[in-house]
Ligand binder design. Structure first.
Ligand code: NAP
Length: 496
């Protein structure tokens, strides 16, 4: 049933948004369309300005046309035609090189026209440029008056390189000015995880090792790397996805309830989870599977393998599945299975909370052995954001007692008649509002790298190759074996 939403549009204070790397893929596909949507909803104040900065020759009109074409493509039928002209007025292009100090003098002149505007610097460029950008902003006094700086992940390749880059930024900006973005935290379902856990007494007392058998977190993509293979090859799935997105999801599932969902209270609890992750030990080879896609079919389309796209040999993983544990009282002995990959069978991200079997079955042996299934709570992050609870019910009709699994299924799109904001829409304006709850604090990122470090070293030192898998499959079979050994199955294989 559709019902009216109580969504509120709260305008933010006047701001100047500077997108460094302002003509790149991220800016064009995600940042401008998100700002446009917020503008269409009436959330941007009259004086808000948005600048795209990059090195190449270009003028305002060409930039506006480029942004429009991408917004149209990315938003499709949701492109807000009526709001475009007003949004276009806000846009300007700045030709500048962030490595050149002198280019920042002109930037300062432009920003000084609106001295009271909140300044946001979004670094949508290679992290190797973050330090110099921060230094140049500082050298021109552009870090003052509560300016915010947003860092796109992945920052660094390990703890050491993260700290190097982050230190360079922190030399010029205070911690409370730095917004380390992980857009997964802005997703509606991820927000809903907190709503579900902390506003339903139903789940309060079953959210632990006594009742939960295991947790699965899957972020599956059908896209390959194509032209981005060269960039991706330096990172791989562990650094690109697990270190940030999947670990953040794990934290939200496993954390203790904070006393309030406020900035540091939430982040303190997530940090405790990261610090409780079991360190990698002798069983590392049994606990992790790295894979790399070969050619295969996505739907009816034949697609090349990763090495063909890259045009070189490589051990970079495009898939990873791993088992880990949160070694604390609440989660003692509960496996957390994490899995992510490119070129998988479907684009589909979800968190599965698999409960234990009932303590005692009152049903006969046949029913108990063949029909009785444990409950599952499934939080779908994409494509159709929602929640389902898999329950056992009586199979209807005569013929004695038979059990059947049924779903209580909540699709947010169907239930709430509302445009679902892209994660970036929420986060971009949270920066303006000065709300860093959904951004990562430095110690969180450090804890994540600390946990991953030995695994990355182990992989680097080994001579193993990633397990091949055909594009369009669910990854290497070893990923299934890893979980079978615990008598479990990935959700798509579990009995419906
Ligand atoms: P991209 O398409 O290669 O764009 C890079 C942008 O930076 C271009 O506008 C480029 O324009 C500009 N640039 C490069 N050097 C510059 C300099 N010295 N001064 C000023 N501008 C400079 O990269 P992207 O895919 O948008 O990714 C940007 C960052 O976001 C990367 O760190 C990436 O890891 C991260 N990220 C990307 C995505 C995504 O979906 N694309 C998702 C998550 C995170 P000019 O060459 O004209 O200067």
């Amino acid at each position: 049933m559709n019902q009216a939403s109580s969504a509120r549009i709260i305008p933010v204070d006047p701001f100047d948004y500077l997108v460094f790397g302002g003509t790149g893929d991220l800016a064009l596909r995600k940042l401008y369309p998100s700002l446009l949507q917020r503008d269409a909803d009436g959330q941007l104040p009259a004086k808000a300005r948005i600048f795209g900065a990059a090195r190449h020759d270009g003028d305002r009109q060409a930039f506006v046309d480029q942004v429009k074409a991408h917004c149209r493509e990315y938003l499709g039928p949701q492109f807000p035609e009526a709001a475009w002209e007003r949004f276009a007025e806000r846009l300007d292009y700045l030709r500048m090189d962030v490595t050149k100090t002198e280019d920042f003098a002109r930037l300062r002149d432009i920003l000084d026209h609106e001295p009271d505007a909140i300044r946001v610097y979004y670094l949508a460029m290679a992290p190797s440029l973050f330090g110099q950008t921060a230094a140049n902003l500082h050298a021109h006094g552009l870090h003052e008056n509560g300016a915010r700086i947003v860092l796109e992940k992945p920052v660094g390749r390990d703890l050491e390189t993260f700290q190097q880059i982050d230190d360079q930024v922190r030399a010029h900006f205070e911690e409370n000015q730095i917004y380390r973005i992980d857009h997964y935290l802005g997703k509606e379902t991820v927000q809903n995880l907190a709503a579900l856990r902390f506003s339903n007494i139903l789940f309060t007392h079953v959210w632990d090792a006594d009742y939960i058998d295991h947790v699965q977190i899957t972020v599956a993509e059908t896209v390959g790397l194509g032209e981005r293979a060269g960039y991706y090859d330096r990172y791989g799935a562990m650094r690109d996805m697990v270190q940030n997105h999947l670990l953040q999801l794990l934290c939200l599932v496993a954390m203790e309830p904070p006393s309030q969902l406020e900035q540091d209270m939430l982040r303190d609890e997530k940090l405790k989870v990261l610090r409780a992750l079991r360190p990698w030990g002798n069983t590392i080879s049994n606990d992790v599977v790295f894979g790399q896609y070969e050619k295969g079919n996505i739907g009816s389309q034949e697609v090349p393998g990763y090495l063909e796209e890259l045009g070189a040999d490589s051990r970079t993983e495009t898939f990873v599945a791993l088992r880990t544990y949160v070694d604390n009282w609440r989660w003692k002995g509960v496996p957390f299975y994490l899995r992510t990959g490119k070129r998988l069978a479907s684009r589909h991200s979800e968190i599965v909370i698999q409960f234990k079997n009932v303590a005692h079955s009152v049903f006969d042996e046949t029913i108990t052995a063949t029909q009785l299934q444990p409950n599952r709570l499934v939080l779908r992050l994409q494509p159709d954001e929602g929640v389902s609870l898999e329950l056992m019910t009586k199979d209807p009709g005569p013929g004695g007692m038979r059990l059947r699994q049924a779903k209580l299924d909540l699709s947010f799109q169907k239930e709430f008649d509302l445009h679902f904001p892209d994660a970036y829409e929420r986060l971009l304006l949270d920066v303006v509002r000065g709300n860093s709850t959904l951004f990562m604090r430095r110690d969180e990122v450090e804890a994540a790298w600390q946990w991953m470090g030995p695994l990355l070293t182990h992989w680097q030192d080994s001579s193993d190759k990633p397990r091949p898998y055909a594009a369009g499959s669910w990854g290497p079979l070893d990923s299934n074996y890893m979980i079978y050994k615990d008598n479990n199955r990935w959700h798509e294989e579990a009995p419906a």
